[in-house]
Write a new protein. Structure first.
Length: 168
């Protein structure tokens, strides 16, 4: 049931070494197509890092940050292609977040570990250049993917009463 997939998905920080194969990645990222998206701009962009781009981003990250990029065997940069219109851009960032979440849920459903991460380097000019991100795209994060190595505990969460109210 979708409820169980939503409740049991976790952020993983420890991964097995086997990269996710291209056919599995294609299947996973196909789920992004179905994200809700006002004006159907389809703004999400996903770039799977290969060995050269991985070396470039590690170099841009520097020695203190680079080791954390090595946690997962497969890294995917998630960006939103924006138009410059403030309202559309806000909606397109939201749509891209929905698309990323679809991928995270799909990964979990398939027994893969995933981690949506926003390391400092992807916000820097050097990090963007390392991954060839053009000016019109907003970086939403790096998705770490790979075989699960543990079952992370669920962090405490506020109850529904703290954020759900009924207006008269
Ligand atoms: C937009 C976004 C950015 C995130 N960036 C980071 C990050 O840089 N480092 C990190 O440890 N976790 C990051 N996370 C994961 C959250 O820490 C995690 O979702 C939260 O602790 C709840 O755990 P759960 O995903 O297992 O439910 C990010 C999550 C989102 C949605």
């Amino acid at each position: 049931m979708i409820d169980d997939v939503i409740r049991t998905r976790r952020t993983h920080k420890s991964f097995g070494v086997e990269p996710v194969q291209r056919d599995a990645l294609r299947e996973l990222f196909e789920l992004a197509r179905w994200a809700p998206n006002h004006h159907r701009t389809f703004p999400w962009r996903f770039r799977v890092l290969g060995p050269e781009s991985f070396e470039r981003i590690k170099e841009a990250a520097g020695p203190s940050e680079a080791p954390k990029l090595e946690r997962a065997p497969t890294l995917v940069l998630a960006t939103a292609a924006l138009s410059g219109d403030l309202i559309s851009d806000e909606e397109d960032v939201c749509a891209t977040a929905c698309a990323i979440y679809a991928v995270l849920l799909g990964a979990h459903e398939r027994g893969l570990a995933a981690y949506w991460r926003t390391p400092r380097v992807v916000r820097t000019r050097a990090g963007r250049e390392a991954l060839g991100v053009p000016d019109g795209e907003r970086v939403l994060g790096l998705i770490h993917l790979g075989p699960a190595r543990s079952s992370p505990p669920a962090p405490e969460r506020p109850s529904v009463e703290t954020y759900l109210s009924y207006l008269p």
